[in-house]
Design a protein around this ligand. Structure first.
Ligand SMILES: Cc1cc2nc3c(=O)[nH]c(=O)nc-3n(C[C@H](O)[C@H](O)[C@H](O)COP(=O)(O)OP(=O)(O)OC[C@H]3O[C@@H](n4cnc5c(N)ncnc54)[C@H](O)[C@@H]3O)c2cc1C
Length: 385
């Protein structure tokens, strides 16, 4: 039987394990150093999904994944247990001032040509749809009509793990620290507890911590941990129909039940590995709140109920995922560096990774090949949040 060892059991590792075991009959072992997933990006994600990207590959991955999420209860059922992930589709709304209007129109043309269900909205149309939105400084907005929204990411991650295990995959609590190799083949993984795991193929899916494992194989994976803060807000204001709004200033907000979630780019230098318990409350007080209240005057009245932080697994090369075979190796692969859009793309990426390792074609992830690092061909995504 074809044996695959996956390093890292976050959503990328779990989904790849699931499709390998479920669809291709592979014997899969996932090595995960922290089975509580406390610091995994997959546990701390906003878990939103959009089609409004600048790169066709990202639109296609999210479209495939959205279709999968809509039928997730059938796809990932284990006996009578049908997972519920709370998928809702209120859309994303990108807002532009006159200075940004031409760029938004250009992206709109590109997205329409790729079949994305998106509509440009004048300020009058925005006011009619979202009367709580202040539009005085805006020129227009771009609203996803279908195929965009959010879901319970940790529930999806759990459902993939459970389906993988039900299909025979094994999850081992250990930390991978190195490899054994012979020629251009990896023959085993060494773990911190002294154990060794073999396999016919190996996948680095260690999220923000993938770079040291790549280095152990002589490969540069330019991925590092960039902290992002999320603020959970209580407000008496009602924002009916609220999509995930991306403000021209860079901050974003969306609702979660009766709460509002908001965040924005970090202040100052975006240093690697900032401690997750050091929330930048000044970012909210000094920048986000004033900007939020200007965009939604009803949010003048709010209270910060709590906040959390997680790591974007940022690919410094071009802010897009690296998925495919590691250059120079016959049987080593990676799926990492999704730079803040990995949760939504995980179904399509894991499905394609499993096909690739099973010797089938995987056109959806061809553009994400790590070979582009060596070729100096960045796949720049303009719409990174
Ligand atoms: C605040 C925030 C908001 C986000 N919002 C969105 C969003 O709206 N939409 C979206 O699509 N994405 C979003 N993301 C990004 C998304 O969550 C990630 O892209 C995705 O979860 C990455 O999954 P992963 O499996 O690659 O990494 P992780 O979930 O981090 O998993 C990696 C795993 O590898 C393990 N590991 C590391 N090193 C080793 C080792 N040596 N040996 C064994 N195990 C190891 C770790 O313990 C971890 O469990 C967000 C992320 C954050 C932090």
């Amino acid at each position: 039987m074809f044996e695959v060892t996956i390093l890292g059991g976050g959503v990328m590792g779990a989904v790849t394990a699931c499709f390998l075991a479920r669809d291709h009959g592979a014997a899969v072992t996932v090595i995960e150093r922290d089975p509580s997933y406390a610091r995994a990006s997959s546990s701390l994600s906003l878990s939103s999904i959009r089609q409004q990207f600048s790169q066709p590959v990202n639109m296609a991955l999210s479209r495939w994944s959205m279709a999968f999420l809509r039928r997730v209860a059938d796809e990932l059922a284990v006996a009578d247990d049908r997972p519920a992930i709370g998928l809702v589709e209120p859309g994303y709304l990108y807002l532009a001032t006159p200075a940004g209007a031409a760029t938004l129109r250009g992206l709109h043309e590109l997205q329409r040509a790729e079949g994305v269900d998106v509509a440009l909205q004048s300020t009058a149309e925005l006011t009619a749809r979202f009367p709580w939105l202040a539009v005085g400084d805006l020129a227009l907005g771009s609203l996803g009509l279908t195929g965009e929204g959010w879901f319970d990411g940790p529930a999806l991650h759990r459902a993939f793990r459970r389906k993988a295990q039900a299909s025979g995959a094994r999850f081992v609590a250990s930390e991978a620290v190195g490899f054994e190799t012979a020629g251009d083949r990896v023959t085993g993984v060494r773990c911190a507890d002294g154990s060794r795991l073999g396999g016919d193929a190996f996948v680095i899916a260690a999220g923000a911590w993938s770079a040291p494992l790549g280095r152990a194989l002589g490969s540069t994976l330019p991925v590092s941990a960039k902290k992002r803060d999320v603020f959970v807000l209580e407000t008496p204001a009602a924002l009916p129909g609220c999509p995930l709004v991306i403000d021209p200033s860079g901050f974003w907000f969306r609702t979660e039940g009766s709460l509002v979630l908001a965040g924005g780019p970090p202040r100052g230098d975006d240093v690697d590995d900032m401690p997750l318990d050091q929330i930048d409350h000044g970012l909210f007080d000094e920048q986000l709140w004033p900007a939020l209240a200007a965009r939604v005057p009803a949010l003048e009245a709010l209270r910060v109920r709590s906040a959390w932080a997680g790591y974007y697994e940022m690919n410094a090369f071009d802010h897009n995922g690296l998925a495919g075979r590691l250059p120079g190796w016959a049987n080593a692969f990676t799926a990492c560096g999704f730079s803040g859009h990995g949760m939504q793309q995980s179904p399509a990426v894991g499905h394609s990774m499993a096909r690739l390792m099973a010797g089938l074609d995987a056109p959806l992830i061809e553009a994400l090949t790590p070979q582009r690092l060596l070729d100096g061909r960045p796949l720049i995504e303009a719409n990174v949040i």
